[in-house]
Design a protein around this ligand. Sequence first.
Ligand code: THU
Length: 130
Amino acid sequence: MSTVDWAALRAAAIEVRDRAYAPYSRFPVGVAGLVDDGRVVVGCNVENASYGLGLCAECGLVSALHASGGGRLVAVSCVDRTGAPLLPCGRCRQLLWEHGGPELVLEASDGVLSMAELLPAAFDARDLDR
Ligand code: THU
């Protein structure tokens, strides 16, 4: 998809970030993803008193993707408390790869990066076939 409305995607990420449940880290995260059929799906981080059980915002995004009909992610904007772009943690890069592949593009502070750049030589389902 050549035309991505990054401002709208980031606005959706900021809106859902304000619904994050992050009382332990006090680091709210919001993420919005454009799906290949034009839908926008969102997620926020949800922490737990058992710290290791916290869910990153991207987990919610992927759940929302499938709960609302599936499809492939084509563009993602993830933001921190200031509204600045946040690049996903390693685990979430793997999550996003599964649902967008190497062509999925993410907003970075100085432009756009592809998943191929963020997770080179990724492990994925094709490896299971070998
Ligand atoms: N977090 C995310 O939601 N996504 C990321 O990609 C990085 C980290 C959350 C997890 C935790 O609730 C908080 O940010 C601080 O690490």
